[in-house]
Design a protein around this ligand. Structure first.
Ligand code: ADP
Ligand code: MG
Length: 224
């Protein structure tokens, strides 16, 4: 899977209230890449991730996955594409409080009318260290455990690419670094593509390619 963003811009509002959240961003992401994007608050990080994952449409520009222009998909095609190809991890874990960990993980499959692959669930639960927590409700889990459940939910449909928007932002440094080790492992061992937003320089430096975004303008960070 090769992703190409070509001159994507996102403008909110108009006239005096106009905000250029993203300014002509170009980015290529190859299968198996691990990319990090750093930037101050309000610089356009979440906007970029939402556009790259088809959650939102740009004001201008194109985005292709293996040559297919995804912004030209119908809403139905786009949501099917997103469910099958993209996993998303948020800063807020966004688990449904009345469902157990296992039911939360299964949710994307239910939406797609697919059966859970129990062997795969076991494999990722073991990798994430949550096998003995699957029957618990979210409020019975620590923040780090909740985020690991959210990661399992992002992985369960075997997406090609995972987008993570400040996944360690709500975690203490110990659970944060545990979550990062796991994400890095998933990228390396399972060959997944990872696009990660972070405020943390140490986390950003775990990536193979680093970018910064300032006032909606994305630039590459040169290797030292
Ligand atoms: P970051 O994730 O880097 O903190 P965002 O991508 O959330 O930044 O926001 C970038 C800019 O776009 C900010 O100035 C923000 O206020 C603005 N913005 C984001 N979403 C909207 C929206 N739905 N309507 C209007 N302005 C928005
Ligand atoms: Mg954000």
């Amino acid at each position: 899977m090769l992703i190409k963003a070509n001159q994507i811009s996102k403008i909110y509002g108009s006239g005096e209230n106009k905000i250029v959240a993203l300014n002509k961003v170009n980015l290529e992401i190859a299968a198996g890449d691990f990319i990090s994007i750093m930037g101050p608050s309000g610089s356009g990080k979440s906007t970029l991730l939402h556009l790259l994952s088809g959650l939102d449409k740009p004001t201008a520009g194109s985005l292709t996955y293996d040559g297919k222009e995804i912004y030209s998909f119908s809403d139905k095609e786009l949501s099917a594409f997103r469910r099958q190809s993209i996993g998303f991890i948020f800063q807020q874990f966004n688990l449904l409080p009345v469902l157990t960990a296992k039911e939360n993980i299964e949710m994307p499959l239910l939406l797609d009318k697919k059966k859970m692959d129990e062997n795969y669930l076991k494999e990722i639960s073991d990798l994430l260290g949550i096998s003995d927590r699957l029957t618990h409700l979210p409020h019975e889990l620590s923040g780090g455990q909740q985020q690991r459940v959210a990661i399992a939910r992002a992985l369960i449909a075997k997406p090609d690419i995972i987008f993570a928007d400040e996944p360690t932002g709500n975690l203490d440094s110990k659970s944060g670094s545990q979550v990062m080790k796991i994400l890095k492992n998933i990228q390396r061992k399972m060959g997944r593509t990872l696009v990660l937003i972070t405020h943390d320089n140490d986390i950003a430096s775990m990536a193979e390619r680093r970018f910064v975004i300032v006032d909606g303008i994305l630039s590459k960070v040169m290797a030292k």
